[in-house]
Write a new protein. Structure first.
Length: 199
C-alpha cells in the first residue's frame, strides 16, 4: 500500500476510483437532497389538497409511482416521512481520530508490527485495525476505507536481486540471434483428416 494523492483517478476494477460518484461520498450532495425534500413536501401540499397521483406526477415531473410512494409515506408517517434521511451508505466504523491514528500506523510500516518485509496487505491492515481499535473490517470494506483516506494498492515490480543488466544485454546480442535463426518460419504439416496439410 502506498499513499496516493486523494481524488486521483486510479483504476480499481468495477468500482469508482473515489469509492462513490458524488463529492460527499453518499449518493447525492446536501443541496440535491434538500432540493428533493422540498419537492416531496410541496407534493405533500398537493396530495393533502386532494390531487391525484397523475396530477402530482405531472406537476413535479416525476413518475406516478413516485407520486404514489409519496402519498403512501404521507399517509403512514406524515410529513416527517417525506423528509431527507441524510446521506446514504454505511457509516465509517472508525472515528476521525482513529482514522488519523491508522494513517500514522500505516506510515510506520509493517516492520513496526513484526512483519519482516515492507509490504502492507489488506489482511495485515485488517489485523492491525482489529488489534489496535477492536473493529472488524472485511477486506473489501478495508480497501474502500483505505482508498478514501488516500491509500491505494500497489503491486511491487518483481526483479531478482541477482539480476545483471549487462549480462542480459550481452545474451540478447550474442545468444538470442543464434537461437532465433534456427527456427522454421512455417510449421510442419498435419496428418489429421480434418485439417489440411500445409505446404
Amino acid at each position: 500500500m502506498v499513499r496516493v494523492t486523494p481524488g486521483r483517478d486510479v483504476w480499481r476494477g468495477p468500482r469508482y476510483a473515489g469509492g462513490m460518484r458524488y463529492p460527499d461520498g453518499g449518493g447525492l450532495t446536501a443541496e440535491e437532497r434538500a432540493r428533493r425534500e422540498r419537492v416531496r413536501l410541496a407534493a405533500a401540499d398537493l396530495i393533502e389538497a386532494g390531487a391525484s397521483d397523475r396530477e402530482v406526477a405531472r406537476r413535479f415531473r416525476v413518475t406516478r409511482m413516485s407520486a404514489n410512494r409519496w402519498r403512501r409515506a404521507l399517509a403512514s408517517g406524515g410529513r416527517q416521512a417525506l423528509t431527507s434521511k441524510g446521506p446514504g451508505g454505511a457509516r465509517c466504523k472508525l472515528d476521525p481520530q482513529q482514522l488519523r491514528r491508522l494513517e500514522t500506523v500505516l506510515d510506520a510500516g509493517p516492520a513496526a508490527f513484526g512483519w519482516v518485509d515492507q509490504c502492507w496487505t489488506l489482511a495485515r491492515i485488517a489485523e492491525v485495525v482489529r488489534r489496535r481499535f477492536g473493529i472488524e473490517y472485511t477486506l473489501a470494506g478495508l480497501d474502500l476505507l483505505l482508498h478514501r483516506i488516500g491509500w491505494s494498492v500497489q503491486v511491487p515490480s518483481r526483479k531478482a536481486t541477482e539480476r545483471d543488466e549487462t549480462k542480459i544485454a550481452a545474451w540478447k546480442d550474442e545468444q538470442w540471434p543464434v537461437i532465433n535463426r534456427g527456427r522454421r518460419t512455417q510449421a510442419p504439416g498435419c496428418a489429421s483428416r480434418t485439417k489440411p496439410v500445409r505446404v
